[in-house]
Design a protein around this ligand. Structure first.
Ligand code: F6R
Length: 347
C-alpha cells in the first residue's frame, strides 16, 4: 500500500485506529481530570507497586522512567500473578487493567486485599472493578471502548494523580501541560493526511517495510523502546527487538554482523538531554553497525521535560506501528492470538 493513499488506509483500518491515534492528545487532556474515588488511602508510601500487563503496564513503565528522576521511593512495575514479597506495610498497590479482566492483575489485587495493603484500581470495569466495589477500594474509572494499548493517556495520567494525591509529586503541572502541548503539536504532522515526504512516522515505517525493526533507547528513552516493540507486535503483527544503551553495547551489538544484520532496521531513540557519554555511545554504535545493517535511522524526542520527551516518542511509535501495519496490509485493531490465549487461560 502507498501510505498516502487515504482510501486504501480507510479500507484497511475499518475500526478507525487512525482516529483513535489522532485523538490521543485529547485523550491525555481528558485523563488529567481522572482521580480516585474514594480518595487515595495512603500518604507517603514507602514503596509503590504498579500491577499491570501489556498495554496497561506500558503506563507503569512511563511512570517509572519519570519517577527515576525525582523520587526516592521505589516504583516497581509488577507483571505477573500475586505481588512481590517486598509489598508489605505501607506499600501502595496500583492495580491497573484497562479491561479489568486480566487474570494476573486481578490476582495481584486479591493479594493486596489479603495483605491489607492500601490500593487503588485503574480500570474501565470487569472483575477488577467488582473486586474494588466489594472491598471498598479506591477506584479510577476509565472511559471504555478502546484497545488497552491505545488508551495510554487514560492509563498513564491517573498514575501521576494517584502519586500526587499520596504526597509524591512526580511531574509538575507545568511539565504535564508542556507534554500535552508537545503531543498536541505532533498530531497533525503524523496523521494519514500528511504526506510521506513530511510525515516522520510514515518515513520510519517505510524503513521497516521489509526489515525487522530493532529499537534502541538510552537510559531514559529505553522504556519507550520496549513500547515500540509491543506496538509493532500488536498493531503490525511483526517481530521487533528492543534494547537500551549502554547495556546493548555489551552484548547485542555483536549480532550486528554478517548477512543477518542486512534484514534488520535499527531505530535509535535519541534525546537532546542525553548525557555526553550516552551520545558518544549512540554515535559509535551507529558507526559500527551501519556497514552491515539493512538500515540505521535516528529519531529525536521532543520537548523539555522528561515526560514530554517520553510521551512524544511513545506517540511517534504508535503512529509508526500503525503505518507498518498499513504497509503490510494488516488491520491494526484485532489481536486474535492474545484474545484466544486469554480465553483458554481464564479460570
Ligand atoms: C491490547 C493490549 C494488551 C493488553 C493486555 C492486558 O490492546 O494492549 O497488551 O493491555 O493483554 O489487558 P488489560 O490492559 O485489559 O489489562
Amino acid at each position: 500500500m502507498r501510505l498516502d493513499d487515504l482510501a486504501a488506509i480507510g479500507a484497511l483500518d475499518g475500526h478507525g485506529v487512525r482516529h483513535v491515534l489522532a485523538a490521543f492528545p485529547a485523550q491525555c487532556r481528558d485523563a488529567t481530570e481522572l482521580a480516585a474515588r474514594p480518595a487515595v488511602p495512603v500518604r507517603q508510601p514507602a514503596l509503590v507497586v504498579v500491577a499491570a500487563m501489556g498495554g496497561s503496564a506500558a503506563s507503569g513503565d512511563l511512570l517509572a522512567a519519570c519517577v527515576a528522576e525525582r523520587l526516592s521511593v521505589p516504583v516497581i512495575i509488577h507483571r505477573g500473578y500475586g505481588l512481590p514479597a517486598a509489598a508489605v506495610g505501607d506499600t501502595l498497590v496500583i492495580a491497573s487493567s484497562y479491561s479489568g479482566d486480566t487474570a494476573e492483575v486481578v490476582a495481584a489485587a486479591r493479594a493486596a486485599v489479603a495483605r491489607a495493603l492500601p490500593m487503588v484500581t485503574v480500570t474501565t470495569g470487569g472483575a477488577l472493578a467488582a473486586l474494588a466495589r466489594e472491598h471498598g477500594v479506591a477506584q479510577v474509572t476509565l472511559p471504555a471502548g478502546l484497545m488497552p494499548r491505545m488508551a495510554l493517556g487514560y492509563l498513564f495520567f491517573p498514575l501521576l494523580r494517584i502519586l500526587a494525591d499520596a504526597g509524591l509529586e512526580v511531574v509538575s503541572p507545568a511539565e504535564a501541560a508542556e507534554a500535552l502541548d508537545v503531543v498536541g503539536e505532533m498530531a497533525c504532522g503524523l496523521a494519514p493526511e500528511r504526506p510521506s515526504a513530511a510525515n516522520e512516522a510514515k518515513q520510519l515505517a517505510l524503513t521497516m517495510a521489509t526489515r525487522t525493526p530493532a529499537i534502541y533507547g538510552g537510559p531514559v528513552t529505553g522504556a519507550v523502546a520496549y513500547r515500540w516493540k509491543t506496538d509493532l507486535a500488536e498493531n503490525a503483527k511483526v517481530f521487533a527487538l528492543a534494547g537500551t544503551l549502554p547495556e546493548m553495547n555489551h552484548n547485542e551489538i555483536e549480532a550486528w554482523q554478517g548477512t543477518a544484520a542486512r534484514a534488520m532496521q535499527a531505530v535509535l531513540l535519541r534525546d537532546h538531554q542525553e548525557a555526553p557519554e550516552i551520545a558518544r555511545r549512540f554515535d559509535v554504535l551507529r558507526q559500527l553497525i551501519e556497514p552491515a545493517a539493512g538500515g540505521v535511522v535516528e529519531t529525536w524526542a521532543r520537548g523539555k521535560s522528561r515526560l514530554a520527551r517520553l510521551l512524544s516518542l511513545a506517540y511517534l511509535g504508535e503512529w509508526t506501528s500503525y503505518y507498518v501495519a498499513m504497509l503490510r496490509g494488516v488491520d491494526p485493531w484485532p489481536i486474535p492470538l492474545l484474545d484466544e490465549l486469554k480465553r483458554r487461560t481464564q479460570s
